[in-house]
Design a protein around this ligand. Structure first.
Ligand SMILES: Cc1ncc(COP(=O)(O)O)c(C=O)c1O
Length: 429
């Protein structure tokens, strides 16, 4: 098929709500390592990784060879039969997750992992209500959309029964108009206010992303989650860290984002980067929480031997190649380069994030902080033209999301920054 054939068939046969980037979408043909190639053979440096999913490079040989071997040995069982791949992955997750998280439930996506976590929290606590954060994103099912705190992702009759949203710790646009650290992280107190005023006073859970992904890599001050944890416990809730974007070394040094904030969650949900692009998600809980599940459940594809092997292989590559450290050091180098770009381009209002999860919030004016989504649209087109794939996020569509594979080096960062620099210079402001 030609590029035009693909685009024409996409229009004819796919739901139009599944949006593409760019005026002329990139029709991807193949990929290797940090590069993606379109149908016409044009090469792009991929600094978005299929939405923070390609953790160890496209088509990583160490991962794909194990997938191929598993496909030839055993492709599917359903969860009705135990298999070596699923228990080996669960054991691995028990080792690398923080605190007492020991038992896993496997799903096909982050959405389902969040659904399972909320259901389990309700069963384990006997309470119903859940507190989430504004600007958060949890997926595309009804509960996940209800947990989501951004209007564009909530349309279509979402019923947020038993779900409330607290202020998010968005320091660049503090919802209380305060400045860190003088604020004393006052936004954390809003979680208690929300519990006291919008719930029955006992909650099943608090669910949040350690760094809000789709929200635009909004990074809380270090004290925030510790303070919230104390509040959540006071009202009987479980603390669920949604690590769908921040998991598996993305934030540098640690396996999971929440570990930076010194909180031991009762559950972690994860997907995306877990298996380098093979669809698998997981809800990982402490034994007593996991054991509280009532009745029966099934996930036909959850923990499928092929996806389980892909996830374990991805984790092993991260371990063998010391990518938690690489994400931290190369991320720090990248951040410094982005801050240099910020000095040069007034359009860049804020540089934030951790490890190799870095965001640039674009504003028309640094004083008014008016969001600059049109300028980001231009930047996207220019970077595409210049051979770099980047992501977009934020409630107003004005945040650049940068999330290359964890095994890139500083030379790749230099390439990306050179293209970003050229592309920013081409944006008409
Ligand atoms: C933090 C977070 N949670 C949940 C999801 C939903 O994951 P999926 O798209 O795999 O259903 C996403 C997807 O972007 C996410 O970013």
């Amino acid at each position: 098929m030609t590029r035009d054939d693909v685009l024409q068939k996409q229009k004819q046969f796919l739901f139009p709500c599944v949006v593409n980037y760019y005026a002329q979408p990139v029709v991807v043909d193949h990929a290797q390592g940090r590069h993606v190639f379109d149908l016409d053979g044009k090469r792009y440096l991929d600094f978005f990784g299929g939405i923070l999913t390609v953790s160890v490079g496209h088509c990583n040989e160490k991962v794909t060879s194990k997938i191929k071997a598993q496909v030839d040995r055993l492709q599917h069982t359903s969860t009705l039969y135990p298999n070596e791949a699923i228990v080996a992955l669960a054991e691995k997750l028990a080792k690398i997750t923080p605190g007492r998280l020991q038992k896993s439930f496997f799903t096909n996506s982050g959405t389902e992992a969040d659904e399972a976590a909320v259901l389990l929290a309700r069963m384990a606590t006997g309470s119903f209500e859940v507190v989430a954060l504004r600007h958060g994103y949890s997926g595309h099912s009804l509960i996940a959309k209800s947990l989501t705190g951004q209007a564009p992702w909530r349309r279509g009759g979402v019923v947020s029964l038993g779900i409330s949203h607290a202020m998010n710790p968005y320091c660049y646009r503090c919802p209380l108009g305060l400045t860190y650290p003088d604020c004393g992280v006052a936004c954390a107190q809003d979680v208690e206010d929300v519990i006291q005023t919008t719930t029955s006073g006992r909650i099943a859970a608090f669910l949040a992303e350690p760094i809000q992904g789709v929200g635009g890599f909004i990074t809380p001050p270090p004290e925030y989650f510790k303070m919230v944890f104390t509040i959540v416990k006071k009202y009987g809730g479980l603390f669920i860290a949604d690590e769908v974007q921040t998991g598996f070394g993305r934030t540098g040094k640690k396996w999971f984002g929440i570990e930076h904030w010194e909180v031991e969650p009762d559950m972690i949900t994860t997907a995306k980067g877990m298996a380098n692009g093979v669809p698998v998600g997981a809800t990982i809980a402490t034994p007593e929480v996991a054991d509280a599940f009532q009745g029966m459940t099934i996930s036909t594809f959850g923990g499928n031997p092929v996806t389980a092997v892909a996830a374990r292989a991805t984790i092993e590559v991260i371990e063998e190649e010391n990518l938690l450290e690489n994400s931290h050091t190369v991320g720090a180098y990248f951040r410094q380069k982005l801050e240099e770009l910020q000095q040069k381009y007034p359009l860049i209002g804020d540089v934030r994030g951790m490890g190799l999860m870095l965001g640039l919030e674009l504003v028309k004016d640094r004083k008014t902080k008016e969001p600059a989504p049109q300028e980001l649209g231009q930047l996207m087109e220019r970077t595409k033209e210049n051979g770099l794939l980047i992501g977009k996020g934020g409630l107003w569509g004005n945040v650049v999301r940068l999330s290359p594979p964890l095994n890139i080096g500083t030379a790749d960062v230099d390439d990306a920054v050179r293209i970003l620099d050229k592309s920013f210079a081409e944006v008409k402001v």
